[in-house]
Ligand binder design. Structure first.
Ligand code: C2E
Ligand code: CA
Length: 397
């Protein structure tokens, strides 16, 4: 088994951690009270150090400086931060380590609890194969897919957090590729945006969404449909007319359509986007600011653009129950949106902890794998039957 190295300037901490590791069945670690001693141990011939438990706050070479040294000298041990510092400081140190290509396994706060240490160590021993970056498709293949009708909508349910009722569905494009199977938007949307193909994709999805919304309505299912739009769409003079025409043809009322614009994309040309958004709003279409909190100018967007719904980004929502920082960000985003009279949707509700926390946050609606993954329209009825059963359990609890 690879060895464990402890680096902490406090001899008492070294002793305590060694004892805890021993109690968990690990062989005695190499204990170092300075970065110099640790580097010496790491440089020793035939060393087999696979994990470093690193104190952040040390005199001389501190934990962050030590991470830099580790990466410069290409030691490949994984690192767990052990610290009494505040959560944000630890998180930023962990991010720094990851940016230096160090395998950061997590952070534990002092005093170290054996159970916490055990979880981290189990994580260490699991082999982690870095997932290969998903293949990106070239523009000519995307253009062909559009012509061949290979782009299909999937729908992800959005539920009301107070009642649990299905409130709406977000349309997410998928590429039913003839040989590669189902291709995700992350593999072609960026190229489509750069190469002028997004307009066609957005139009396909808007048509598909309003048509589907109408079908659901005719079946007695009153839900809104949301569609993602790109900056390139909002800055085209004929966009608002296209949307209104599609709505009219489908017979879906404008209140049942939500357009989600990501603030990163809006920020590039706010003035033109402003005109389109204002027109659509005047026609009672809901305009949502997507991935709220990501990017640098979220508050400026709220000030300048008449959005009337906010989708709080999943990267803040997932884990908000266990992190004071994320919790504060989500709560204040929701508060802000509510004060402005906007609808609130939290994305990225991945597990029951997210769900339970969010229910007490005052957010209006939720979306995420815990509730339901994106699915073909034909699968929604079966999902709804299963959800109604779960809903009773979740809301009794
Ligand atoms: P987005 O608008 O932020 O969409 C949410 C993404 O989060 C979707 O990924 C969804 O499948 C995923 N997701 C759902 N639940 C969870 C969860 O619990 N946890 C996590 N981590 N993720 C969850 P997807 O479908 O791969 O879409 C990625 C992005 O591609 C979208 O992000 C959106 O920006 C873009 N996109 C998708 N469809 C369209 C489209 O028709 N037009 C445009 N312009 N962009 C689109
Ligand atoms: Ca979205």
């Amino acid at each position: 088994m690879p060895e464990i190295l402890l680096l902490d300037d406090d001899p008492l901490q070294l002793k305590l951690l060694s004892r805890t590791l021993h109690g968990l069945g690990y062989t005695d670690p190499i204990a170092c009270d300075s970065a110099e001693a640790a580097l010496q141990a790491l440089s020793a011939p035939h060393q087999a150090i696979g994990l470093i438990l690193l104190d952040l706050n040390m005199p001389g070479v501190d934990g962050v400086a030590f991470l830099k040294l580790l990466s410069e000298r290409r030691f490949d041990a994984a690192v767990v931060l052990v610290s009494g510092e505040d959560e944000r400081l630890i998180e930023s140190a962990a991010r720094f380590g990851a940016s230096q290509n160090i395998r950061m396994l997590g952070a534990i706060s002092k005093p170290v609890l054996p159970a916490e240490l055990k979880t981290v160590l189990e994580h260490w021993q699991k082999p982690t194969a870095a997932p290969a970056p998903p293949k990106q498709y070239p523009a000519d293949q995307i253009a062909r897919a559009i012509l061949e009708n290979e782009l299909v909508p999937h729908f992800q349910p959005i539920v009301n957090l107070v009642t649990g009722a299905l409130a709406g569905a977000e349309t997410l494009v998928r590429w039913q590729h003839p040989s590669d199977g189902l291709v995700m938007p992350g593999q072609f949307i960026a190229v489509a945006e750069e190469r002028g193909l997004i307009r066609d994709i957005t139009r396909l999805m808007i048509r598909a969404a309003v048509t589907q919304g109408r079908v659901w309505r005719d079946q007695g299912l009153h839900v809104f449909v949301a569609v993602n739009v790109s900056m390139g769409d909002l800055t085209r003079a004929d966009f608002a007319d296209f949307v209104l025409d599609a709505l009219e043809r489908s017979g879906l009322p404008p209140d049942d359509l939500v357009l989600e614009a990501s603030e990163q994309r809006v920020a590039q040309d706010p003035d033109t986007a402003l005109a389109a958004i204002s027109r659509l709003r005047m026609r009672r279409i809901t305009m949502a600011i997507d991935n709220f909190g990501i990017g640098s100018s979220s508050l400026a967007q709220l000030r300048d653009i008449p959005f009337n719904a906010v989708k709080v980004d999943g990267s803040f929502v997932h884990g908000a129950g266990g992190s004071a920082v994320l919790g504060a960000i989500v709560n204040s985003s929701i508060d802000l949106a509510r004060q402005l009279g906007m609808r609130t949707v939290a994305e990225g509700v991945e597990d029951s902890t997210d769900w339970v926390w969010l229910r007490s946050s005052g957010c209006e609606m939720a979306q995420g794998w815990f509730i339901g993954a994106p699915m073909a329209a034909s699968e929604l009825a079966a999902w709804l039957t299963a959800w109604e059963k779960r809903r009773r359990r979740l809301f009794d609890a």
